[in-house]
Design a protein around this ligand. Structure first.
Ligand SMILES: Cc1ncc(COP(=O)(O)O)c(C=O)c1O
Length: 396
C-alpha cells in the first residue's frame, strides 16, 4: 500500500524577500504599509513534495541549456487530462507557452485582423480585454447576468453579439475568474452551438480547470462536440493548479491541425519555442504525482471559502460572498455599502490594511465588488476578516 502523504496547509510560510509579487510588491503597488496580500492569484502553499524532489534533482544537474518539450511532460499532460477530466487528447495537440496570457496575445494577434472584434464575458480577468486592445482589436462584452448573487450567461445577448460578422474570436473563461462559476455542460454546449453557427473561434481559458469543488464538474470545451473541438484552442496550465506560476509553463491544446499550425507559427515568430527548463520538470512531476496534494488543497480552500462566507454573513452582512464553485478566488459583493469605487478601495487599503483586487478592474460590471485570494493559511484570512471588522467598527 503506498503511503498517502498528508499536507499541512495551515503552515504559515514567510514569503517576504522571495521576490514574490504578491508579498513583496503589495505595499508599493497598493500604497500601504504591511498590507495583508490577498490579491494576485498564486497560493501561499508549498507545492507537492514530488515536485520539489524533481526540481532538486534537475537543479543539481547544474546545466540549464535550451530545453525541449520532453516526452515525459507531454505524456503527463495527456494522462492528466484523461484521468482528471476524462478528455482523450493526442500528444501532438499539446503546444506550450510561457503563460496563458502570452498565448492569448499570440492568438489574438495571429488569428484576427485589425478591425476584428473579440468577445469576452465580463466581469472577467482583465488581461482578456488587454490581449485584444494590445493588438488594436475591438472588445465586445457579453456581460454575465447576476441573479441575486448567482451568475449565468446571457445567451440572447451572446447570440446577438456573435452574429456580428466582425466578431471573430471569443475568449471563454471556464471556470470563471472572478465569479467562481464552473460552467455546466449544458451552458458550454449552448456556447459551442452559437460559436459554430456564427463561425467564431473560441479560446477557452481553462487555467482553473482543476480547481473545482466537490459537487461541480469541469467540462473541457473541446469535449463538447466535434465542432467545438474543431473551432477551439484550450489553454490549461499547472501554474494555478499546483502553484507553479513563476516557472512559466502552460499547455495550449489545439485539436485542429490548421489552427495548431497557425499557433506554432506565432510561437516561432516570437521566439517562444523553447520551454522553461524547470517548468517542464515541475509540470511533469506535478501532473504525475500531484493529484493527492490537489485533492487536499481543494478541500482546504473550500473550508477557507466557507469561513469567509460565514464570517461576512455573521459580522458584516453588507458584504456578501458570491457562491463559489471553483477557483480559489472569492468574489465579494460590497454594493450594499453604497460607496463609490475609490472610497471602497481606500477604505480596504488604508483602514483595513488589505490588498484585494478591486472589482472594477474586471470590467464595469465588477464595480462595487472585490476579489479575495483564498489560497492561504486560514489564520491569515482570520486576521484579514478581523481587521476588516475592526475597520468598520472604527468608521461607523
Ligand atoms: C483566467 C486566467 N487566465 C490566465 C491567468 C494567468 O495565466 P499565466 O500566468 O499563465 O499567464 C490567470 C491568473 O490568475 C487567470 O485567472
Amino acid at each position: 500500500m503506498p503511503v498517502i502523504q498528508s499536507y499541512d496547509f495551515d503552515q504559515v510560510i514567510n514569503r517576504n524577500g522571495t521576490a514574490s509579487i504578491k508579498w513583496d510588491e503589495a505595499d508599493r503597488l497598493f500604497g500601504g504599509d504591511h498590507l495583508i496580500p490577498l490579491w494576485v492569484a498564486d497560493m501561499d502553499f508549498q507545492v507537492p513534495v514530488e515536485v520539489t524532489v524533481a526540481l532538486s534533482k534537475r537543479v543539481n544537474h547544474a546545466i540549464y541549456g535550451y530545453t525541449t518539450e520532453t516526452e515525459g511532460y507531454l505524456e503527463s499532460v495527456q494522462k492528466w487530462m484523461e484521468e482528471r477530466h476524462h478528455w482523450s487528447i493526442e500528444k501532438d495537440w499539446i503546444c506550450h507557452s510561457p503563460g496563458v496570457v502570452t498565448a492569448l496575445n499570440l492568438i489574438v494577434d495571429g488569428f484576427t485582423h485589425e478591425g476584428d472584434r473579440v468577445l469576452i464575458q465580463s466581469p472577467v480577468y482583465p488581461p482578456f480585454a488587454k490581449s485584444a486592445l494590445n493588438q488594436n482589436r475591438e472588445v465586445v462584452t457579453n456581460p454575465l447576468i447576476n441573479d441575486n448573487g448567482e451568475y449565468r450567461m446571457d445567451f440572447v445577448d451572446l447570440e446577438h453579439k456573435l452574429s456580428d460578422p466582425k466578431v471573430k474570436l471569443m475568449i471563454l473563461c471556464s471556470p470563471h475568474n472572478p465569479v467562481g462559476r464552473v460552467w455546466t455542460k449544458k451552458e458550454l454546449t449552448k456556447v459551442a452551438e452559437l460559436a459554430s453557427q456564427y463561425d467564431v473561434l473560441v479560446v477557452a481559458d481553462e487555467i482553473h480547470n482543476d480547481l473545482v469543488f466537490v459537487g461541480h464538474h469541469h467540462t473541457p470545451y473541446a469535449q463538447i462536440s466535434e465542432e467545438a473541438s474543431a473551432h477551439s484552442i484550450i489553454c490549461t496550465a499547472p501554474s494555478k493548479t499546483f502553484n507553479l506560476a513563476g516557472l512559466q509553463i502552460s499547455n495550449i491544446i489545439i485539436p485542429n491541425p490548421t489552427l495548431r499550425r497557425n499557433y506554432l507559427k506565432q510561437v516561432r515568430r516570437f521566439s517562444l519555442s523553447e520551454p522553461n527548463t524547470l517548468g517542464v520538470t515541475a509540470a511533469e512531476a506535478a501532473y504525475r504525482f500531484g493529484a493527492n496534494w490537489l485533492d487536499q488543497c481543494l478541500a482546504y480552500i473550500k473550508k477557507n471559502a466557507d469561513f469567509v462566507t460565514n464570517f461576512l454573513k455573521q459580522n458584516l452582512p453588507n458584504l456578501e460572498m458570491t457562491p463559489i464553485e471553483g477557483t480559489y478566488l472569492g468574489w465579494i459583493d460590497c454594493r450594499k455599502l453604497g460607496w463609490d469605487k475609490l472610497h471602497l478601495q481606500n477604505f480596504l487599503r488604508k483602514e483595513a490594511g488589505l490588498a484585494l483586487n478591486q472589482g472594477y478592474a474586471f470590467g464595469a460590471e465588477g464595480e462595487g465588488f472585490v476579489r479575495i485570494n483564498l489560497a492561504c493559511p486560514q489564520s491569515l484570512l482570520k486576521q484579514a476578516m478581523n481587521q476588516l471588522q475592526f475597520a468598520f467598527q472604527q468608521n461607523l
